[in-house]
Design a binder for this molecule. Structure first.
Ligand SMILES: [Zn+2]
Length: 503
């Protein structure tokens, strides 16, 4: 094999595969691949199984050109020894700025019942204090942590629009663009899901602390969305693009919601919406509309394959069926939902209906999408006092059956997330898709000794984030041997921000 480079390559060696003039500036998004590159790990997860001895050939556009067994005629081979390669994970639901309150809400406040709603008070207090550069620094911190855990694309549900006073910035998309800039600088693909937020709730006075979020008319909201799309300029490489996110039934009146969703259908934009995270939200919807949230959307004809219901915890079996039959996606966020005491995501109802289930890290109490994947199953085990609740019952115990549950959960963290946020060319390792992947160290203590047939269940149920070594987005290396090039600078800026916010 020609010019094979072993793992443990030094940066100058790796730099040879990039145009020398830019000196490995892939992290700034300017790297230009000069020819095809073969990435050769021990194992590649493709077509629902691990294959040995395959190289992934990446073209100049950052797409997977092909897989090859022989790499002799490929100019540059990067040998990733003792590594398994998997498709980059897709985080379908994030509020990046909420990274600033991690660890600050884990105590009981006096004279209140301590629920999602008391947590929200603390979150609002943080949201009120962030300047545009703070939004950039906190987002970069969240995105760095995502990259280090194997996430290559994120759907950012972004609702901070105005200055703390509630006055619009000179550019109504200033903060949206700060978040996009943060994702680009870290190296993630981003769907900026721009949030429509019109009111505190049915028959509720506006909460002062929501004034940074409010765009009370659908016309001005959609004008700002279109302006943002124009400015971001979706490229063929699809590094950043725009979707819409009516915040919730509580925060958006029905006439406004209809306009936003119809606009999205015309323009083929992803639509994300918080649905039934809390029982109080469902009862308010019943009171205002006489129907539960999903039933309301279904009766209005607003569910379709561009739509993602985020959370969907407090729903009926019929509502799960409505979401599945309309080919909508559902996004569960189990690490956040357990942190907030929201309830258990009914993955069994959705899996029974063959619904498309994506995953999100949401409030970033923890950023580890495989932890979210395994919790889909684990929360139901605790509830039902059973094991393998989401697995299909079968006759024998051959290897593909043994890994079927893990494969299903892994799809939630990859392919299903990509569909949900409109990252059409991502979510799997196949020719013509984007070369977005991460590698795991097969000697990491958390998965060491796993046989090829048991590797996926070992990864899905037990992988520690420290096992993630290389992360590549569109053929560009963004994490190298477990480290991001801008890591210390991002962490220092974030630590300074935390000192500024909390003293
Ligand atoms: Zn959310």
């Amino acid at each position: 094999m020609q010019r094979e480079k072993e793992r443990g390559y030094s940066t100058p060696q790796l730099a040879n595969v990039y145009d020398k003039s830019i000196n490995l500036k892939g992290l700034e998004g300017e790297a230009r691949l000069i020819e095809k590159i073969a990435w050769l790990p021990d194992l590649i997860y493709t077509g629902g199984r691990f294959e040995r001895g395959l190289a992934l050939i990446c073209d100049e556009q950052g797409r997977i050109a092909q897989f090859a067994r022989e790499t002799d005629d490929i100019g540059h081979v990067i040998r990733l020894k003792n590594r398994a390669m998997l498709p980059g994970l897709v985080n379908a639901h994030s509020h990046a700025f909420q990274r600033v309150i991690r660890g600050r809400t884990e105590y009981r406040t006096q004279n209140s019942e301590n629920s999602f709603w008391t947590w929200r008070e603390m979150m609002y207090a943080a949201a009120a204090r962030l300047a545009p550069e703070d939004v950039y620094d906190s987002s970069r911190m969240a995105f760095l942590e995502m990259a280090l855990s194997g996430i290559t694309s994120v759907g950012e549900f972004h609702y901070l629009h105005h200055a703390p006073s509630g006055a619009p910035y000179y550019d109504p998309n200033l903060l949206s663009k700060e978040v996009v800039r943060a994702a680009r600088d870290v190296g993630l693909r981003i769907a900026l899901l721009r949030v429509a937020y019109a009111r505190a709730g049915f028959r509720l006075e506006l909460d002062e602390r929501q004034k940074r979020f409010i765009e009370s008319e659908p016309e001005s909201f959609l004008r700002n969305v279109e302006r943002l799309r124009e400015e971001i300029k979706e490229s063929e490489q699809q590094t950043a693009w725009v979707g819409v996110a009516p915040h919730s039934i509580r925060a958006v009146p029905l006439s406004y919601l209809r306009e936003v969703i119809r606009h999205a259908a015309r323009e083929n934009l992803p639509v994300h919406m918080h649905i039934a995270e809390q029982p109080a939200e469902v009862s308010a919807c019943m009171e205002e509309h006489g129907l539960a949230p999903v039933a309301l959307l279904d009766s209005e004809g607003l569910l379709n394959d561009n739509f993602t219901a985020v959370h969907a915890i407090h729903i009926s079996k019929e509502e799960a069926r409505m979401l599945a039959q309309s080919n909508s996606s559902v996004c569960a966020c189990p690490t956040t939902e357990r942190n907030l005491g929201d309830g258990i995501f009914p993955a069994d109802l959705f899996f029974a209906e063959n619904a498309r289930v994506a995953l999100g890290t949401d409030s970033h109490a923890q950023i580890d999408l495989l932890e979210d994947a395994r919790e889909l199953e684990y929360h139901l085990r605790l509830k039902k006092l059973e094991r393998n609740v989401l697995a299909e019952v079968g006759e024998d115990e051959n290897s593909s059956r043994r890994s079927a549950l893990a494969a299903k959960l892994f799809e939630c963290a990859s392919a299903r997330g990509a569909e949900s946020i409109g990252a059409w060319a991502c979510g799997g390792l196949e020719p013509d898709r984007m070369a977005d992947f991460f590698t795991v160290d097969l000697d990491d203590p958390s998965i060491a000794g796993a046989a090829i047939d048991d590797l996926l269940p070992a990864i899905v149920f037990s992988l520690a984030r420290t096992a993630v070594r290389e992360v590549v987005r569109g053929g560009k290396l963004i994490v190298e041997d477990g480290h991001h090039r801008a890591q210390s600078e991002i962490i220092q800026k974030f630590a300074a921000l935390q000192r500024k916010l909390w003293g």
